[in-house]
Design a protein around this ligand. Structure first.
Ligand code: NAP
Length: 235
């Protein structure tokens, strides 16, 4: 059995990524969310797929909660980590009006937490990388973090995704010798609470296509920024 861990798995893209890996019979999914007791869809998946999903309570900005999760997972090889949890950060992020406290929190969730989660689970990822043909770290970024993407506003969100792109580039270089690949995705404009109902694609389409791409990734791809379709994304 291969093991993957997905943050923010209680709704949106994270929930559909969980479903996409449940469709792969050789995967066990460690589904992380802040409030498992309220995560009805996830709890239903646990019931419907006995022994395939483990729920973990984890706030990705809270080191103590990540340490506790890492403690529960001690000795468990993790083949795939998906850093999916993310926030937009509210409306006050324009040239005229910036909420600086909110901006700090967006950085904590979108830019720093993926590093926190990786550091917490590095022994697990290294164990998988030693035992198999390699482990993978996938981080869900956004086209809004690409410096090449021409548009306005959303200073906090866009700068946080640009920052996590750099974090993952650095990590790709550090972890390549460990046989761990680090990949960034733009998941599309997706119909979730964040993307809204007008968005282009469903979370099911986004998640299933990304999972198909992730299946094919190798260490040669490390440091890439990809669309949900697998095509390269401009930086
Ligand atoms: P969403 O429906 O708003 O879901 C966000 C998820 O992140 C929720 O599960 C939420 O949990 C979790 N989360 C937020 N803060 C957290 C924290 N501190 N600790 C743990 N979990 C936390 O958004 P989505 O559209 O699925 O987005 C998923 C990822 O895709 C994000 O990184 C987002 O930036 C990226 N993305 C989305 C789009 C789009 O069009 N939707 C486009 C580009 C990139 P709670 O339920 O507890 O709040």
């Amino acid at each position: 059995m291969k093991h993957c861990i997905i943050t923010g798995s209680n709704r949106g893209i994270g929930l559909e990524l969980t479903r996409a890996y449940l469709d792969r019979p050789d995967w066990h999914i460690h589904a992380c969310c802040r409030a498992p007791e309220k995560a009805d869809d996830l709890r239903q998946l646990v019931t419907n797929h006995l022994g395939r999903v483990t729920l973990h309570k984890a706030d990705v900005t809270d080191q103590a909660s990540l340490d506790a999760m890492a403690g529960r997972l001690e000795g468990q090889a993790i083949d795939l980590l998906i850093n999916n949890a993310g926030i937009m950060g509210g409306d006050r992020q324009s040239i005229d009006d910036m909420d600086y406290d909110a901006w700090s929190h967006v950085f904590a969730v979108n830019s720093m937490a993926p590093m926190r989660v990786v550091q917490s689970l590095l022994p697990n990822l290294k164990a998988a990388a030693r035992e198999t043909d390699g482990a993978k770290i996938v981080t869900i970024s956004s086209q809004l973090g690409a410096l090449s993407y021409q548009s306005k506003g959303r200073y906090a969100y866009r700068s946080s995704k640009a920052a996590v792109n750099m974090v993952m580039k650095l990590m790709a270089a550090d972890l390549k010798p460990e046989n761990i690949a680090c990949i960034l995705f733009h998941p599309g404009w997706v119909q979730t609470d964040m993307g809204g109902v007008e968005a282009d694609i469903t979370p099911q389409d986004s998640a299933r296509q990304m999972a198909d791409v992730i299946d094919r990734l190798t260490l040669e791809d490390t440091g890439s920024f990809l669309n949900w379709t697998g095509d390269p994304h401009d930086w």
